[in-house]
Design a protein around this ligand. Structure first.
Ligand SMILES: [Zn+2]
Length: 321
């Protein structure tokens, strides 16, 4: 019987060396029946209720934690009403919508989705962060989060033309590192020095900031495709529709039509992409990336009147196109 005593896990360690992260690192690991988790040098020691012990490589649990914390959620996860991306608030902060409208076939009827529609254009009227957070993430609402992917920067003060040139106001960063109001980011932020001690070079991150980095890349690609086209009107276009799952658990249906004759081309000029294949929300990032690399511009199909007879409720009803 070992007489070695263990120091309890600190605030950062207890978020990293969890049963869930152990299972992510070691798929055979069985959750439950665990009496305690301790650290010894490079190892994570799991004591079971029956008195047995198992030893796991500490670094692999850390890697599993970091991977899960910054995993890329699907394209629709953080789009608001009308596929709206994060909306600028102030000080270079954005309101990032949770994808309530796209989570479920009836998701647009949920209270959170309806609140999003009601408030989406009104956030800029709110002055204070606490007030905004109370509206978007509270016991009553779960609309989204406040993210600052490039740090928080105070707005420029109005320039006075009478002022001295040397007094030109410059915007000052209040915080130069990325920031998110979500629980995961905040708990890393709270225990930052412990995390830094545990994981060299540690920076707080979360699924929202990860998604936002991918979103910025997506917007850059969109601009590139438009810039490559004459008059900014690409003739290579992909129209897409997304029908969320009806049960909220299975996958949705992602449908794409493509043409070489421009967005306004009549329906006879469009062809189904990937005939015989089915695509879901999990294919969206990759498909968008591939089409834009091939210089095709993606367009939400609901804006294309001439294709409406072919698609009802975001489901293709005819493959005539
Ligand atoms: Zn976050």
């Amino acid at each position: 019987m070992s007489t070695q005593t263990y120091t309890p896990l600190n605030g950062a360690q207890s978020l990293i060396y969890t049963q869930t992260n152990l299972r992510r690192a070691f798929p055979d690991f069985e959750e439950g029946e665990v009496a305690s988790i301790h650290l010894r040098n490079d190892h994570c020691i799991v004591a079971h209720i029956d008195g047995s012990h198992e030893t796991y490589e500490r670094q692999l649990v850390v890697n599993a934690y970091l991977d899960f914390r910054s995993r890329l959620k699907d394209f629709f996860s953080y789009l608001g009403p009308n596929y709206r991306g994060p909306s600028p608030w102030r000080n270079e902060m954005y309101v990032m919508f949770k994808g309530w409208h796209h989570a479920h076939a009836l998701g647009h009827l949920s209270r959170n989705a309806q609140l999003q529609t009601l408030l989406a254009d009104k956030f800029t009227r709110i002055q204070h962060e606490e007030e905004l957070l109370a509206l978007i993430q509270s016991d009553q609402t779960d609309i989204g989060h406040l993210v600052a992917p490039n740090g928080i920067r105070l707005q420029d003060r109005p320039i006075s033309l009478d002022g001295e040139l040397d007094d030109q106001p410059k915007s000052q960063p209040m915080r130069s590192e990325p920031y998110c109001s979500c629980g995961s980011f905040q708990s890393q932020f709270r225990h930052l020095s412990l995390f830094e001690k545990e994981i060299p070079g540690f920076k707080p991150d979360c699924i929202h900031l990860r998604w936002h980095r991918r979103w910025i890349q997506h917007l850059g690609q969109l601009t590139q495709v438009r810039n490559n086209a004459r008059n900014g009107q690409p003739s290579n276009v992909v129209a897409w529709w997304y029908a969320p799952p009806s049960d909220g658990n299975s996958d949705g249906n992602f449908v794409l039509l493509h043409t070489k004759s421009g967005a306004q081309a009549p329906a006879t000029h469009w062809r189904l992409y990937g005939r015989g294949k089915t695509f879901t929300q999990h294919d969206a990032w990759t498909l968008f990336n591939n089409m834009m690399e091939a210089d095709y511009l993606p367009v939400p199909g609901k804006y294309l009147e001439q294709l409406k007879p072919f698609v009802k409720n975001n489901q293709l009803v005819s493959t005539n196109a």
